[in-house]
Design a protein around this ligand. Structure first.
Ligand code: GDP
Ligand code: MG
Length: 322
């Protein structure tokens, strides 16, 4: 059973200035006329997500998929996790430290679990969101470190500096990580306000992100973009996040990011994170879940390439009697 908070939708609608927003959305999206139903359906679907669930028989069980949140310092990575976690907790719930302040950067590589809020017995959902320190000019990432992260060699809570030296003999370094510890999809988190004002990020950081994309490509790891902070580029979207899909500004921003990062537009997910709200908002929730659904589809697509290995290694009977 789902609990959905009650909001004053009418009150909210009356405040929105729809001027200039076309009726039809620019991209394929969900039914925003019935947000409560859409939200409940999406939440139910994602709470019951099983990696490759439609292809694996009951006796093969793949524990979880791992999603890497990657981008510049301040792009909104920790906030993306907090937002998705809040949706499933049913309240604003800030677990990962998120801030603009210099000293509040994420220093440990953390594999966050999200617990289901619907069942009486809380259960971890079948995905983890991996948060790490973002890039800046003094902390560019080495290809070797990217490879370690993607291949699952870096353990949860391992102090991690993208530009630091990692020794394979360090405690917390996994020499033989299983497929369930690897990264199955990378979400490149990009601050929309930076794109909108064409404040091109430092060329070094952009170059570094592109270099890291070549490592992801070489390992066949799918990439999507989370276009964060869309509320800061469009007033109507600030009023109601659902308006993002009819906003020409957001559409333009999606097109620019898709071009710059070389990813199709349908792999760019606009998102408004919770930052100073006190209660949940159905549009923000729905948008976060649409993003998560898109990412999980990509994880499944990646796992499909490892189908035979999964069937062989993750058969439940075999794990009990190795
Ligand atoms: N307006 C707005 N602010 C955001 C959004 N997402 C994150 N922020 C703010 O941006 C700052 C940096 O976010 P954080 O998650 O710490 O970025 P990180 O360094 O990539 O982990 C914080 O002050 C957040 O509150 C968003 O969608 N909209
Ligand atoms: Mg952070």
């Amino acid at each position: 059973m789902h609990t959905v908070n009650i909001y004053s939708v009418e009150e909210k609608m009356s405040q929105i200035d729809f001027d200039g927003l076309p009726e039809t959305p620019w991209g394929k999206t969900c039914n925003w006329n019935n947000t409560f139903e859409t939200l409940a359906e999406l939440k139910d679907e994602l709470e019951n997500f099983e990696p490759m669930g439609d292809l694996l028989a009951g006796e093969v069980h793949f524990p979880q998929v791992n999603i890497l949140l990657f981008g510049c310092v301040g792009a909104g990575k920790s906030s993306v996790f907090n937002t998705i976690n809040s949706v499933f907790r049913g309240k604003i719930f800030n677990v990962a430290l998120a801030s603009c302040a210099e000293h509040v950067v994420t220093t440990k590589f953390t594999k966050y679990r999200v617990m289901s809020g619907s069942s009486t017995l809380p259960m971890p959902l079948k995905f983890r969101l991996c948060d790490m320190r973002g890039l800046d000019e003094e902390h560019l990432m080495t290809k070797e470190n990217m490879r370690y992260i993607l291949e699952g060699s870096i353990a949860d809570r391992f102090p991690f500096d993208p530009s630091g030296n990692i020794s394979v003999d360090m405690p917390g370094f996994k020499k033989h990580p299983g497929l369930d510890e690897k990264i199955h999809c990378v979400a490149l988190v990009q601050d929309a306000s930076m794109v909108d004002t064409l404040q091109v990020l430092s060329p070094e950081v952009t170059k570094n992100i592109k270099e890291m994309q070549t490592v992801m490509n070489s390992l066949d790891i799918p990439q999507v973009v989370i276009l964060s902070k869309i509320d800061s580029i469009c007033e109507a979207t600030k009023q109601d996040a659902a308006n993002a899909f009819r906003s020409a500004k957001v559409e333009k921003c999606v097109a620019i990011v898709s071009e710059v990062l070389g990813l199709p537009k349908n792999m760019v997910f606009p998102m408004k994170n919770y930052e100073n709200e006190c209660q949940l908002d159905p549009s923000i929730d729905t948008m976060a879940l649409l993003t998560l659904k898109g990412i999980l589809n990509n994880c499944d697509a990646h796992l499909f390439n490892h189908y035979d290995e999964i069937v062989k290694k993750y058969a439940v009977a075999e794990r009990r009697n190795p």
